[in-house]
Design a protein around this ligand. Structure first.
Ligand SMILES: NC(=O)c1ccc[n+]([C@@H]2O[C@H](COP(=O)([O-])OP(=O)(O)OC[C@H]3O[C@@H](n4cnc5c(N)ncnc54)[C@H](OP(=O)(O)O)[C@@H]3O)[C@@H](O)[C@H]2O)c1
Length: 352
């Protein structure tokens, strides 16, 4: 089993890609070479100190020649880039871990959260999908509850940070806030349909024609069921974009098949991998986006009995959407592939 991989990071100049490069370096992933890819616009740009050994890396453009000879490709360049280039990387011999939504619901593609369903990696055919950030943090906290009491229904309201939309949305929030604080008019919004500064938008993601849920809300429904391997779980989701730079928060009402006390849920969560319980409301202790930002874990608090249902609990779940919600989980998947000898595809993908 080789342990010195040649790794491509596709989308290396973006928020998630930049973090993936940093995590590969900080966590000492056994890479003999890391090559950053981005769009043609960025080709030739030098990423100072971004290599595994702190060396400068030069951004490459994607081409049939430049993608040859990789063991692993970590993608965070959007769905259309993944749709076009992930299969080409696989055909050239690499295994791809993809952050976009392009492959998540394909039968042939495992959708993996490292703490929740790592065994799903066993049968991969070259592409492994990283879940949507809101789903990712939620299932890390729900897994121990599902194992103990079986989840029947979830009612989820998200409070999602603008970094989840990309760097241009972060710039838009900061520019609007600055303009409004200086009593100036703002430019016409471009990242969102409405002003995001000092506002809350019940519109995270996009509405397909004739659809009354956003794609972000449907991801919470479908990805949760796939990851927890239980199509009977009913999920009701409202995704809201809030003027937070980084870190998604979620209010989750969990209805279980068996009764589960808040005390037992707190114990289960405290022992769960990747979860930190912060739950002393009388001391104003609960998870906050500003504290979760920059950290790898999932933080859970406000654990309480739903006064309206004897088999339901309420939770407040917060995580860094760029870290556990994207880059950290992708690098953890690469580590699991290495540890389990699964970097090479285990079978051939079914014809698309
Ligand atoms: N942000 C989150 O919380 C989050 C969470 C989970 C998953 N994701 C997914 O991760 C991906 C990236 O998100 P982000 O926030 O990092 O976005 P971002 O900051 O806007 O970065 C986008 C990256 O994709 C590259 N790219 C764009 N078009 C390309 C093309 N045609 N060919 C090659 N590279 C191209 C960009 O390169 P240039 O710099 O050259 O334009 C840049 O490196 C998206 O698929 C997103 O859905 C994001």
């Amino acid at each position: 089993m080789p342990s010195d991989y040649r790794v491509a990071v596709v989308g290396a100049t973006g928020q998630v890609g930049t973090l993936m490069l940093r995590l590969l370096r900080e966590r000492e992933f056994p890479a003999r070479e890391v090559v950053p890819f981005a769009s043609e616009r960025s080709a030739g740009r030098v990423l100072a100190g971004a290599g595994p050994d702190g060396a400068d890396l030069t951004v490459q453009a994607l081409s049939d020649e430049s993608i040859r000879g990789f063991d692993l490709g970590l993608f965070s360049a959007g769905g259309s880039t993944s749709g076009e280039w992930a299969p080409r990387f696989v055909a050239a011999g690499a295994t791809v871990v993809d952050n976009s939504s392009r492959w998540r619901m394909s039968d042939d593609v495992p959708l993996v959260v490292s703490e929740v369903n790592a065994d799903a990696l066993r049968a991969h055919a070259g592409i492994i999908a990283n879940p949507n950030c809101s789903t990712m943090q939620m299932v890390v906290a729900l897994k121990p509850i599902h194992d103990a009491a079986g989840i029947e229904r979830l009612v989820v309201s998200t409070y999602q940070a603008v970094s989840g939309t990309g760097k241009r949305a972060v710039d838009e929030l900061l520019d609007q806030s600055h303009a409004l604080l200086h009593e100036r008019d703002i430019d016409a919004p471009s990242a969102y349909a409405h002003q995001i500064a000092f506002n809350a938008l019940p519109h995270a993601g996009s509405f397909a024609a004739g659809e009354d849920h956003t794609d972000e809300e449907l991801k919470l429904v479908n990805e949760t069921r796939k990851i927890l391997d239980d199509l009977a779980i009913r999920v009701s989701a409202t995704c809201v974009r809030v003027p937070v730079v980084n870190g998604h928060s979620e209010a989750v009402n969990v209805q279980t098949r068996e009764q589960l006390s808040p005390e037992r849920a707190r114990e289960l969560l405290a022992a769960a991998p990747g979860v930190t319980v912060l739950d002393d409301p009388s001391a104003a202790l609960y998870p906050l986006a500003i504290h979760a930002s920059g950290k790898d874990g999932v933080f859970v608090g406000r654990i309480r009995r739903d006064r309206g249902h004897e088999r339901a609990l309420d939770l407040w779940i917060v995580a860094d959407n760029l870290r556990k919600g994207a880059a950290t989980n992708a690098v953890e998947i690469a580590e699991l592939l290495h540890q389990r000898g699964l970097v090479r595809p285990q079978r051939t993908a079914a014809a698309a």
